[in-house]
Structures are given as structure tokens and as C-alpha cells.
Design a protein around this ligand. Structure first.
Ligand SMILES: Nc1ncnc2c1ncn2[C@@H]1O[C@H](COP(=O)(O)OP(=O)(O)OP(=O)(O)O)[C@@H](O)[C@H]1O
Ligand SMILES: [Mg+2]
Length: 247
């Protein structure tokens, strides 16, 4: 395997972040279509979407319910495949990546944050944050613990490591979910309505946290939101309607 295809270089880690050129594409979508076919109905969830997200950007995606926002995020996060069209990551079509490289991208370069947190109720805060690192054979138990503590520190929850999710507020749960994404040192965070279940004060806290990660740590963030105020704090607002980008 040569150096340009080595898993460690997929996102050219050393170049991203604050120092990254602002116009280096991280994800490029060309003519993306996604059609869901069930027995009774065919739904065109995405219709010829062309979109480039550059390294270091903080982009929000807005649009009415059902217009394809979560579908778009799943495709950008390599959790789902388009029906047609091309997805490029770091300048290469995903079809040119090996399965191993794709798994590496999914597991180590991309962090997901969801509206409903997706925490495991039977695990402590610390164990929840450590969990994704268990799948990385290269990370020792000691390092796992250190990284989980560091991530929880970053989101201001060092005092809550032994709590269980049910003992936390919604905002705190979302901060745990963000810490879980951060423990893997992702270069890209895909957040699907991260403040959707939160009141405006807690929503603001989460938004400030994401803005800090973007500005100070250079993490590229793509966030779906229904909140116009929050969207306007990001660098670019992409609006969808009925599966297509409208602005
Ligand atoms: N697995 C699936 N099978 C069939 N149809 C689906 C599937 N997933 C999504 N859809 C349809 O695709 C369209 C887009 O769904 P998507 O979840 O991307 O919308 P959304 O913009 O995220 O909506 P919301 O704001 O309500 O979360 C919807 O019409 C939905 O019903
Ligand atoms: Mg959605």
C-alpha cells in the first residue's frame, strides 16, 4: 500500500484543522440521488444533489421534515449508499476505497451526534464515551480511559463520569454524546438536529461547544437543524426542499 492510500492518510490528517486551506474539499457529492423503494411507494429522498463541503467548514443544513436531510447525512457519513451519483472523500471517489479504508474512515475520521443522543442507559458516562474506542485494536485500555476523560473534560463533564445517562439533563446527555464522538479524534462531525430535544439555553450551550470545536480545533462540522438562529451562526446555510438543494 503506498502512502496516498494508507488509512492514516485518508483525510491527510496532518493538514486538516486550523491550518488547513479553507477551500480543500472534504466531501464532494455529484448528482446524488437516493430512491427508497417499498412495496407500495417509491420515494425520491434526494434528487440530483451537487454539493462540496470544504475542510474546516461549519455548515448547517435546513429544510422541512421529510426533505432528505438525514438521508444526506447518512450518505456523507458513509452509513448509506446513494442510488446513483458519486461521493468523493478527500478528492477520491468512495468507490476507489477498499473496505478496510472505508471502515477506517467511518470509525476513525467521522463522529456522529444525533438528536436523541443514542447513549446506552446501562453504562456510565465514562463507559459510554469509551465504547467506540473498544473497536480499535490499536488503542490500549489505558489510552482509552485517558481519551475518554479528556473528551469529557472538553465538554465540561469531568465531574459526571460515574453518572448514568438517566441522571443527566438533556444538555448534559448531548454533551456526553459529543464527547463520545470526540474521543475518536474525528476530523468531521455529522450532527443530526443536535439541539432538537433541548430548550434554548441548553441548545445554545451545545451550539457554543460545536462552534468552539470548529474554530479552535478545526473540526469540520455538518449540522442539520430546524433552528434558524443557530444555523445563522454557522458559515454556510444549505437549504433543501423535497430532496433538492434550493440555496
Ligand atoms: N428507510 C427508508 N425507507 C423508505 N423511505 C424512507 C426511508 N428513510 C427515509 N425515507 C423517506 O425519505 C424521505 C426523506 O427522509 P429523511 O429522513 O432524510 O428526511 P428529513 O429531512 O431528515 O426529515 P426530518 O426533518 O423529519 O428528520 C422521507 O419522505 C422519508 O419518508
Ligand atoms: Mg431527519
Amino acid at each position: 500500500m503506498n502512502s496516498t492510500t494508507a488509512p492514516g492518510n485518508l483525510f491527510a490528517s496532518s493538514e486538516i484543522g486550523v491550518a488547513a486551506a479553507p477551500t480543500t474539499p472534504m466531501i464532494k457529492l455529484t448528482d446524488i440521488e437516493k430512491v427508497y423503494q417499498t412495496k407500495t411507494i417509491e420515494t425520491v429522498a434526494l434528487n440530483r444533489v451537487n454539493l462540496t463541503i470544504n475542510k474546516g467548514e461549519f455548515v448547517s443544513i435546513m429544510g422541512p421534515s421529510g426533505c432528505g436531510k438525514s438521508t444526506l447525512l447518512s450518505i456523507m457519513g458513509l452509513l448509506d449508499e446513494p442510488s446513483s451519483g458519486q461521493v468523493e472523500i478527500a478528492g477520491r471517489p468512495v468507490t476507489s476505497y477498499s473496505d478496510k479504508e472505508l471502515a477506517h474512515l467511518r470509525n476513525q475520521k467521522i463522529g456522529f451526534v444525533f438528536q436523541s443522543y443514542h447513549l446506552i442507559n446501562d453504562l456510565s458516562v465514562l463507559d459510554n464515551v469509551e465504547l467506540p474506542l473498544l473497536y480499535r485494536s490499536s488503542v490500549s485500555g489505558k489510552e482509552r480511559r485517558q481519551r475518554a476523560h479528556a473528551a469529557l473534560d472538553k465538554v465540561g463533564l469531568s465531574a459526571r463520569t460515574n453518572h448514568f445517562p438517566s441522571q443527566l439533563s438533556g444538555g448534559q446527555r448531548q454533551r456526553v454524546a459529543i464527547a463520545r464522538a470526540l474521543a475518536g479524534n474525528p476530523e468531521l462531525i455529522l450532527a443530526d438536529e443536535p439541539t432538537g430535544n433541548l430548550d434554548s439555553v441548553m441548545g445554545e450551550e451545545i451550539m457554543d461547544l460545536l462552534l468552539g470545536l470548529n474554530r479552535n480545533d478545526g473540526v469540520t462540522i455538518i449540522m442539520v437543524t430546524h433552528d434558524e438562529q443557530q444555523a445563522l451562526k454557522t458559515e454556510r446555510v444549505i437549504r433543501f426542499f423535497d430532496g433538492s438543494q434550493v440555496s
